[in-house]
Design a protein around this ligand. Sequence first.
Ligand code: CUA
Length: 362
Amino acid sequence: MCSVKSAMWRGLILGGLLLAFLPSQAAMAAPQYWLDPAGPVAEMQGRLFLLTLWIMIGIFVTVSGVLVYTLVRFRAKGAAAAGSAPGGAAARRESAAAGEQDLPPQIEGSHKLELVWTLIPFLLLIVIAIPTVRYSFALAADPEGDPIKVRVVGHQWWWEFQYPELGIVTGNEMRIPVGRPVELVIESDDVIHKFWVPKLAGKMDAIPGRVNRMWFQADEPGVYYGQCAEMCGTHHANMRLRVVALPPAEFEQWADNWGRGPVVTSEAERQAVERGRQVFETRACFGCHSIEGTAARGVAGPNLTDIGLRTTLAAGILENTPENLARWIDDPQSVKPGALMPRVGLTDSELNDVVAYLRSLR
Ligand code: CUA
């Protein structure tokens, strides 16, 4: 009987440890694991979180340890045997009164102890308060160095990134130079969204009619995944984004080339691209999308000037391949039901030409 019980306990403890361990392992490998920071802002925030977490774990373990010890050490011995017998409780009281019961020392009114458990939390709060105040001011201050400005606008369900100093507008993929702070001005065009790139910084609301500010910096080149973190409608979960951190020279190159027009490698491609451009500028496309240097000046949908360079489509839900681009243009509602992008109704050859045109914008 006893061995069955202890096996059960062992199983429970082992199961609990596994449950705690496996998700943390999976999370650490995940691209949005926020305790694996890639820049100074996420690092400061993570450090503050971990400091508070470890102090809380220390308090929890100490308090529950003392509680469990007291429960076990000073339990009414033999109560289980005596409890069911008539007069059991009365007998226990009697034996306790007679001094046989193992009672803990009575400490009520001990000035020494009360001083100790007032001082310890006081000191712990000071330990938490000092870095909290320091980091709060550091994060609220303007970043040092030569920051680049980006205006982030949340839309149902995609992200717009404007670079006012560079005259660049792009969508869903924000390109930034490595090692340079990025000053973000965060707004919304419709409902409340929340901008979040876990490895670079904590969340920030995008609220219509309000301007929120934050900054981050990527220390290593790479792609940092993010997503909307505020329920904003049907495709809240499909409102993803990527921050692509490039070495400064590559970033400059991207900024210089932005809006330079189609890149083609053959005459046949040039002709298809030209036909595609005409379709784009005469059918519904141009009413909602902008492409730098063309008649397409719509602002309801993402600016497509560098669409050929982006790795994904429809706010991160499709890989940017010719097949997926054709599928997305041909029937957006089958990909993202409820999205504002309507079906334009292009013929197969028009669709192919538009795909060739958009792919060439790189
Ligand atoms: Cu936008 Cu959730």
